[in-house]
Design a protein around this ligand. Structure first.
Ligand SMILES: NC(=O)c1ccc[n+]([C@@H]2O[C@H](COP(=O)([O-])OP(=O)(O)OC[C@H]3O[C@@H](n4cnc5c(N)ncnc54)[C@H](OP(=O)(O)O)[C@@H]3O)[C@@H](O)[C@H]2O)c1
Length: 406
C-alpha cells in the first residue's frame, strides 16, 4: 500500500453501503482517500453524479440498457464486459476494494483482488457465506507472507486482508484487537429482532411488504431490510462469522438487542466479555475498515449513554424466525448448502417484494432449496456460480406459498 492516500475501488457505489462509503471518503478528504473506480448495477443517474464529484479513473455499469444514460467526463473510462469488476478490483492503481454489492456477483472479483495483493473491505455477506472456503485461504496466505517477513506487522493477520464492514463483524474485530483467537470462548452477534419481534406468530402469514420494510433502527437497502425482518440476515452473519474468525458455528450465538447499540460481543475463556457500542450508523464500521489499525474523526453522530435508560437482550425464538435454524443447518452442511441458502433467499425476497410470494413462503422456499441442493463436497468457484444459477432457476418455479412442483 502506498504511503499517501488510500486508493479505493468501490463495487456497488450507488447502494446504501456504497453511498455511505463515499460520505466517509468525502469527509476525510483527498489526502486520506482517493476513489480510483466505481461500479454499479443499473443506476446510471446516481453513478454519473458520483463520477462528477469523485472523478474516478474508471467505472463499470452492469446493465447495458442503462449505459446510454451514463455521463462520463474526459479522463473516466468505462470498463466493459463480464470481467469489468475483476479489472477494477485488480487495477494496479488500487490499494483496497470495498465490496458493497449484494449477492454473489463480487465473489470472483474478491478472489482476483486478493490474488493481486489488494486488501478487501467487505460489506457483502454472501461472498463469505458461499465462498468463504475460497476467500479465507487467500487472506491467510497473504497474512503468512507478511508474517514471514515481520511478525509484528499489522498486515500479518488474515483480517487485515479481508476486513469486515458488517457492523456485527466489525464489532467483533474491534473487540479482538490485541487478543488471541485461542482465548476466545464464543462470539455473540446482536440482532435488532426487526419489526416482527413481538408480532403474534399466528398472524405472520399476513405480513405485508410495507410492514417488512419498516425496520425499527437501521436504514438499509430493501433486500437486507427484509432479511433483517426474517432474521435470514443474522443466519448469514452466523455463517460469515464462523468463516471469518475460523470458529465452529456453535461458538457463534445470537441475542436479540432491540436498541441496536451493542453491535456484538466476544466472550473469552476467563469469562470476561468485551462489547463494541455505538449508534446504528454504518459509516463507523465502513470508516474503521478504511483507517484500520488507526481511528480518525468521522461523520457519524456520537452515542450518549446517559440518554439510554435501558439496553435489553433476549434469545431469538426459532418458531418466529425459522430462517435462523435453517441458515445454521446450511452453514453446518457446507458451502453448497450455504450457496443454495443465499440463491433461494434472493429469489424469495425478490418475489415477496413483488407481491408474488407470501411471507411464510420465504422460509419454506429457502428451506426446501437447502435440502434439495445442499449436499456434496466443497465447490470450486465455477461450481458455486453454476449452483447459484441452478437454484435460482428452480426457485423461480415456486408458487405463492413457496412450494415448487417436483
Ligand atoms: N445496507 C446496510 O446497512 C448493510 C449493512 C451490513 C451489510 N450489508 C451488506 O452489504 C451489501 C450491500 O448492501 P446494500 O444495502 O448497500 O445494498 P443495495 O442498496 O441494494 O446496493 C447494492 C449495490 O450493488 C450494485 N450492483 C448490483 N449489481 C451489480 C453488478 N452486477 N455490478 C456492480 N454493481 C452491482 C447496485 O447498483 P444499482 O443501485 O445501480 O442497481 C448497488 O450499488 C449486501 O451484501 C448487504 O447484505 C448492508
Amino acid at each position: 500500500m502506498s504511503g499517501g492516500a488510500l486508493r479505493i475501488a468501490l463495487l456497488g457505489s450507488t447502494g446504501s453501503i456504497g453511498r455511505q462509503t463515499l460520505d466517509v471518503v468525502e469527509e476525510a478528504g483527498p489526502d486520506r482517500f482517493r476513489v480510483v473506480s466505481l461500479a454499479a448495477g443499473r443506476d446510471a443517474a446516481t453513478l454519473s453524479a458520483q463520477v462528477a464529484r469523485h472523478r474516478p479513473a474508471a467505472v463499470a455499469l452492469a446493465d447495458r440498457s442503462a449505459r446510454s444514460q451514463l455521463d462520463l467526463p474526459p479522463g473516466t473510462r468505462h470498463e466493459e464486459g463480464p470481467d469489468a469488476l475483476v479489472a477494477l478490483a485488480t487495477d494496479p492503481a488500487v490499494d483496497l476494494v470495498v465490496v458493497a454489492t449484494g449477492g454473489t456477483v463480487s465473489l470472483r472479483p474478491v478472489l482476483a483482488a486478493l490474488t493481486a495483493g489488494k486488501v478487501v473491505a467487505m460489506a457483502n455477506k454472501e461472498t463469505l457465506v458461499c465462498g468463504g472456503h475460497l476467500v479465507m485461504p487467500l487472506a491467510v496466505r497473504r497474512a503468512a507472507e507478511v508474517a514471514a517477513r515481520d511478525r509484528s506487522d499489522p498486515m500479518a493477520s488474515p483480517l487485515a486482508w479481508v476486513r469486515p464492514i458488517d457492523s456485527e463483524h466489525s464489532a467483533i474485530w474491534q473487540c479482538l484487537a490485541g487478543e488471541r483467537m485461542a482465548e476466545v470462548a464464543r462470539l455473540i452477534l446482536t440482532a435488532s429482532g426487526g419489526p416482527f419481534r413481538e408480532r403474534p406468530v399466528e398472524t405472520m402469514d399476513r405480513i405485508t411488504v410495507a410492514e417488512a420494510l419498516g425496520h425499527p433502527t437501521w436504514s438499509m437497502g430493501a433486500k437486507i431490510t427484509v432479511d433483517s425482518a426474517t432474521m435470514m440476515n443474522k443466519g448469514l452473519e452466523v455463517i460469515e462469522a464462523s468463516r471469518l474468525y475460523a470458529l465452529p458455528l456453535d461458538a457463534v450465538d445470537v441475542l436479540i438487542h432491540p436498541q441496536s447499540i451493542v453491535h456484538s460481543l466476544v466472550e473469552f475463556v476467563d469469562g470476561s466479555v468485551k462489547a463494541q457500542l455505538g449508534l446504528p450508523d454504518m459509516r463507523i464500521p465502513i470508516q474503521y475498515s478504511l483507517t484500520w489499525p488507526h481511528r480518525t474523526p468521522g461523520p457519524a453522530p456520537r452515542l450518549d449513554l446517559a440518554e439510554r435508560n435501558s439496553l435489553t437482550f433476549a434469545v431469538p425464538d426459532d418458531a418466529r424466525f425459522p430462517l435462523l435454524p435453517i441458515a445454521r443447518a446450511a452453514g453446518a452442511a457446507g458451502p453448497r448448502a450455504s450457496t443454495a441458502l443465499i440463491a433461494a433467499d434472493e429469489v424469495a425476497v425478490e418475489r415477496f417484494l413483488a407481491g408474488a410470494l407470501r411471507y411464510p413462503g420465504i422460509a419454506r422456499l429457502v428451506g426446501s432449496a437447502v435440502e434439495r441442493f445442499g449436499s456434496g463436497g466443497d465447490p470450486s468457484l465455477e461450481e458455486v456460480m453454476a449452483l447459484d444459477d441452478a437454484v435460482r432457476a428452480w426457485a423461480a418455479g415456486a408458487d405463492e406459498n413457496g412450494r415448487v412442483a417436483a
